[in-house]
Design a protein around this ligand. Structure first.
Ligand code: PMP
Ligand code: GLN
Length: 382
């Protein structure tokens, strides 16, 4: 019998639902990834670098050209300057960056506050560091932070708070005013932040993303994480980055150098080239995904699903209580996949204590128009 270090962990819901979609031939709107390719110029750049000898280790902190492009993107997006050498670290995926940040600062017995519904990788990473997650529920309608609940959850052992905005799975955003409120609440405490901003460029309706990078006070204690996978439509490239003040970056790098040492070299070259040549890509992303959101939501309007259009991410939550109130969301996700050919993600799996009355599943709209039309047709027929 193996004494598991993660006894409560199974295979992730993303793997399970994508697998079921494949087995049943259902349209896969579950796991978050585009069913279209990243930009041709980006893929061509990768082929070029593979063919032209960029196939050995990159520097441990990441290719300098890519770190420079990240800093340029940050300045363009948020008007702040970060030190390319001391504050930017390229990681093989945001997931790895989050893991390393947690291992770097969480000691045995430390508490980490996560907001439910919470992305699934946070808690196992905290547990492997010997810490414990304290779950604070977001508002069940708006998915915003309840600052009274947060204040009550703080203890002398609280060492970290993990933020995620734009939020997976709800698409909600944390506002600048809420960041200010958070800063005030933790001002005199020794608490680090992870700000998971992998969907930072997927924000709609003219709303601005309030990045922790642009919050001078919070940034001093933060690891800000992003993912090239989401921004450049290449989730399978598993390349991300962590931006943190020099002292925190130094601790992060101590872990990162032994988890993976560095990211994949030709991918970093390709991303650096593409970002240098196409800085407008990030300006066009909100419109690109907003059009998909609106198409999908318009197509779903006649269905018996109810929803409010999301402000960020490429996920749309829908309430199915007019269709099968008798099913919980895991049962519903299985039923929708098997009986109606559309795979979704149940939301309860992101909670420690899922609200029993909640009837929500998550649909990914990072799909071609044809896929969205087919999915909507199936969903409208139920
Ligand atoms: N955080 C959130 C909230 C995510 O949705 C994802 C998507 N997979 C990640 C982190 C991980 O990103 P990556 O694929 O770059 O590891
Ligand atoms: N972030 C993606 C999602 O929310 C999944 C990533 C994964 O499969 N680990 O669907």
């Amino acid at each position: 019998m193996i004494a598991s270090k993660l006894p409560n962990v199974g295979t992730t819901i993303f793997t399970r639902m994508s697998q079921l979609a494949m087995e049943t031939g259902a349209l896969n709107l579950s796991q978050g990834f585009p069913d279209f390719d990243g930009p041709q110029a980006l893929r061509d750049a990768l082929s070029w670098h593979v063919a032209n000898g960029h196939n050995q280790y990159s520097p441990m902190t990441g290719l300098p050209a890519l770190r420079q492009q990240v800093a340029a993107k940050i300045q363009r997006s948020y008007g702040v300057r970060v030190n390319v050498d001391m504050e930017v670290t390229i990681t093989p995926g945001a997931t790895q960056g989050i893991f390393c940040a947690i291992q770097a600062v969480i000691h045995s017995g430390d508490e980490v506050i996560v907001f439910d519904p919470a992305y699934d990788s946070y808690e196992p990473s905290v547990e492997l560091a010997g810490g414990r997650c304290v779950h604070v529920q977001l508002d069940s309608q708006t998915f915003t932070i309840d600052f009274n609940k947060l204040a009550q959850a703080l203890s002398p052992r609280t060492r970290m708070i993990i933020l995620n905005s734009p939020h997976n799975p709800s698409g909600a955003l944390i506002s600048r005013a809420e960041l200010d409120q958070l800063a005030q609440l933790i001002r005199d405490r020794d608490i680090y932040l992870i700000s998971d901003e992998v969907y930072e460029h997927l924000v709609f309706d003219g709303v601005a993303h309030a990045s922790v990078l642009a919050h001078e006070e919070l940034y001093q204690r933060a690891f800000v994480v992003s993912s090239f996978g989401k921004t450049y439509h290449v989730t399978g490239w598993k390349t991300g980055y962590v931006v943190a003040p020099p002292a925190l970056s130094a601790e992060l790098r101590k872990v990162h150098q032994y988890v993976s040492f560095c990211g994949v070299t030709p991918l970093q070259y390709a991303l650096a080239d593409f970002m240098a040549e196409h800085p407008e890509h990030i300006d066009e992303l909100p419109g690109f995904y907003q059009a998909k959101r609106d198409l999908f939501c318009d197509l779903l309007a006649p269905s018996r699903l109810s929803f409010t259009r999301v402000t960020g991410t490429y996920f749309q939550l829908v309430d199915y209580s007019q269709i099968r109130p008798d099913l919980n969301d895991v049962e519903m996700a299985l039923w929708l996949t098997r009986e109606h050919g559309v795979a979704t993600i149940p939301v309860s799996v992101f909670y420690q204590n899922p609200p029993q009355e909640q009837r929500l599943v998550r649909l990914c709209f990072a799909k071609r128009e044809e896929t969205l039309r087919q999915a909507a047709q199936k969903l409208c027929g139920i």
